[in-house]
Design a protein around this ligand. Structure first.
Ligand SMILES: [Zn+2]
Ligand SMILES: [Zn+2]
Ligand SMILES: [Zn+2]
Length: 302
């Protein structure tokens, strides 16, 4: 089991999981553990010759047993593909999988939060290039969500409105909009901390994956694909990113939370990355050399 250590100054948990040192590091394509098992070849994590979408427990988990769960979601059997290259129908199936796992993991006794995310690209520290995401079921409410929920509750008390609905309302003029349809919007928020940071959110108030209806799903899949395609066209190469789904926690907490997905690509330009350094890491103060209005216009035009 991992050890949870309390950081008394920041008032947050640090998880110590030393066995993660031994995890598979950049295997070649023919030794990829996330590919289907080829006939006559050693068994991969998936003992089948083919699959559609697969979920299994991470072999090198940060949380396991009583503490929580770490799962791997393989988007496709195609090693050289990506999330953005999947069809809208396939992404809808994936949304169904994310929702199903959220439901399932929320029911585990000690789970306080289910976090769906993807790390993409070596720049982000990805050790397996096969298109996949992850799901962490945490034994505590992670600090970012805790702060968002607190801000949302304060805003609700003060104004009677959802904070994030108001944020979306502020995007009416479209200058920071990357794409939108009747149900979802992708925009570079005015408070972005990364040059090409994008938020993708339902324009109607929804708390999480389990609150989306069928039409929301269709639009979600199409907008997610549209955004990821723009990302890959930006520098004409697969753009690395972190995709972080901020859905409401299980149970009654977070009633005022508005579902949104945050994307942080580390690139400033084709070959320059933004590194977290003194101000960001040491003081928690992000400094940005790009305007949201300009990067949004760039992405919108693609
Ligand atoms: Zn593979
Ligand atoms: Zn809302
Ligand atoms: Zn958020």
């Amino acid at each position: 089991m991992s050890e949870l250590r309390w950081h008394p100054l920041l008032e947050e948990w640090v998880t110590v999981a030393p066995w993660r040192q031994d995890r598979t590091y950049h295997p070649s394509a023919e030794h990829c553990p996330l590919c289907p098992t080829r006939p006559g070849q050693p068994e991969t994590e998936i003992p089948e010759p083919d699959y559609h979408i697969v979920v299994f427990e991470n072999r090198f988990p940060s949380y396991t047993g009583e503490q929580g769960r770490c799962e791997v979601v393989c988007y496709t059997p195609d090693h050289d593909s990506s999330l953005g290259e999947q069809s809208v129908d396939h992404i809808r199936d994936l949304i169904e999988v994310w929702r199903d796992r959220t439901n399932e993991l929320s029911r585990l006794p000690n789970v306080k939060y289910v976090f769906v995310f993807e790390n993409r690209g070596e720049e982000i520290g990805v050790t397996l290039s096969h298109p996949h995401g992850q799901i962490y079921a945490y034994p505590f409410l992670p600090p970012v969500l805790q702060r968002e929920l607190a801000a949302e509750s304060r805003h609700m008390r003060k104004t009677g409105r959802c904070l994030y609905c108001d944020v979306i309302d502020g995007e009416k003029d479209g200058v920071r909009t990357v794409l939108r349809d009747e149900r979802w919007i992708a925009f570079v928020p005015p408070f972005a901390r990364w040059p090409y940071e994008v938020h993708l959110a339902p324009t109607n108030h929804r708390g999480g994956l389990i609150d989306l209806d069928e039409e929301d799903d269709v639009s979600f899949a199409a907008c997610l694909k549209g955004l990821l395609q723009k990302y890959d066209r930006l520098f004409e190469k697969p753009l690395p990113y972190v995709m972080a789904m901020h859905q409401r926690p299980p149970g009654r907490g977070g009633r005022h939370h508005h579902f949104h997905i945050e994307f942080y690509p580390p690139n400033r330009t084709l070959d320059k990355l933004k590194y977290l350094a003194g101000s960001e890491l040491g003081a928690g103060a992000f400094v940005l050399d790009a305007r949201a209005e300009d990067t949004a216009a760039e992405l919108r035009a693609l």
